[in-house]
Design a protein around this ligand. Structure first.
Ligand SMILES: Nc1ncnc2c1ncn2[C@@H]1O[C@H](COP(=O)(O)OP(=O)(O)OP(=O)(O)O)[C@@H](O)[C@H]1O
Length: 253
């Protein structure tokens, strides 16, 4: 029996004459933290976009939790249990931290269940409790009534993570979660991601910061020119000559 929650097989995507993805094969084990690294333009974001329904591959299959993801709209994929944290947080700047976390929590509930008014009122309490719990976990509780526009970039990214976690995803996609952060904020984010690892959510992380990759990932896939050129544990990837050559032109990771 397979323990893979996500299987990408033979995926290809062209943009005009450019082959952005070329026969991509990649399997993600349930409950693992799987990093995808590679130089600029390797196709990492395009692949992620295929997983959330923003881009439809020209070829190949993508199977998540036993069903095909292809042809489904982003909203349906989100309801199926995939949440994504973007490079630029997608949050509501005029609202408070708590309001931002409540929105996806309710969206998840309303999408998952058809409820009458009484049930809905009862669930309201449960949803709020869950939101409070997650804000506490992500060290955002003290800022719960702050208007989001006034927060630092690092805090906004943490908020976006909270907005994903409150949906109880089976798979969390993190697109450069530490991009533009100071070293201190990066280290905090790494600690946080380790902490939420205990929730058993599978994570796929695209990241340029090798310190982040090697401190978090159990498995690393290396992409270059639209395809996966190497795969292994962080130690195997660090030691791989193919990776050193193709990814960094011979420099050491
Ligand atoms: N919508 C698009 N239309 C045309 N070309 C695109 C489009 N999206 C991506 N590309 C091209 O596809 C290739 C792969 O881009 P992609 O953004 O997936 O790479 P990446 O590995 O995520 O890079 P980075 O690390 O810089 O984010 C690049 O050459 C890019 O210019």
């Amino acid at each position: 029996m397979t323990t893979d929650i996500l299987s990408i097989s033979g995926v290809g995507k062209r943009f005009g004459g450019l082959r952005a993805l070329d026969d991509v094969n990649l399997n993600v084990k349930k409950g693992s933290i799987h990093a995808i690294i590679g130089p600029n333009g390797a196709g990492k974001s395009t692949l992620l976009n295929c997983l959330v329904g923003r881009i439809i591959p020209d070829q190949g299959t993508v199977t998540f939790d036993g069903g095909s993801l292809l042809g489904h709209k982003p909203h349906a994929i989100n309801q199926a249990g995939i949440a994504r944290v973007f490079q630029t947080p997608e949050i509501f700047g005029e609202l408070t931290v708590m309001e931002n976390v409540m929105i996806p929590a309710f969206a998840k509930h309303d999408g998952a269940f058809r409820v009458n008014a009484w049930q809905r009122a009862r669930e309201r309490g449960a949803v709020r409790e869950e939101a409070e719990h997650i804000l506490d976990d992500l060290n955002l509780w003290d800022q719960r009534d702050h208007i989001v526009n006034s927060m630092s970039r690092g805090d906004k990214r943490r908020l976006e993570l909270a907005m994903c976690l409150v949906q109880h995803p089976k798979l969390l996609l993190l697109d450069e979660p530490t991009a533009g952060m100071s070293r201190a904020d990066t280290n905090n984010t790494v600690d946080l991601l380790k902490k939420i690892a205990e929730r058993g959510i599978t994570k796929v992380i695209i990241e340029h910061d090798m310190h982040v990759v090697f401190s978090l990932a159990e498995k690393v896939s290396v992409m270059a020119q639209g395809t996966v050129i190497a795969e292994g544990s962080p130690e195997e990837i660090k030691a791989s000559e193919t990776v050193q050559e193709a990814y960094l032109g011979g420099a050491h990771l």
